[in-house]
Design a binder for this molecule. Sequence first.
Ligand code: HEC
Length: 138
Amino acid sequence: MSKLRVLLIAAAVAFTGAVSADHKSDHKVKERTAPTGKIYRAGDDVPVAKPAVVEASGPRDGVTIYDQKCAMCHTAGVAGAPKFADAAAWTDRIGKGEETLNMNAINGIGAMPPKGGCADCSDDEIKAAVTHMLGALN
Ligand code: HEC
């Protein structure tokens, strides 16, 4: 047997021994057999799971709503939707007054479903989107 081979075998044996020693060591056994829970007594400093803090995201602004919920129709003029920033397409509609436009956007009009199909949009978010659309005409 070459010297190298003897050395390798010795190293392997030493390694195996180290691993199994670790495996069976008192420390590891305690760790593995430790109870998963812990009993607390009165006066103990009991860790309390903090409820996840859900930041109220607040209302989304008109630009966000428009981009995510309205642009799909109003950019290209799908189904006769008055196009964004196309003053001519909006002239007659603006004559109805912003209040009416808001109500029609909220309740739906013609081929446009209520709130443009945005079920989780609040009335105020729809109004903000309308304001954004009308603002683009100036
Ligand atoms: C599925 C396509 C579609 C989506 C999505 C959509 N619209 Fe419309 N919208 C239309 C169509 C079509 C009309 C024109 C309806 C008509 O006058 O017959 C319209 C008209 C409007 C009008 C004019 C209403 C009036 O009284 O003349 C407003 C304001 C409006 N949309 C706002 C919005 C807003 C805000 C959103 C997003 C929350 C939105 N729309 C999403 C299709 C859509």
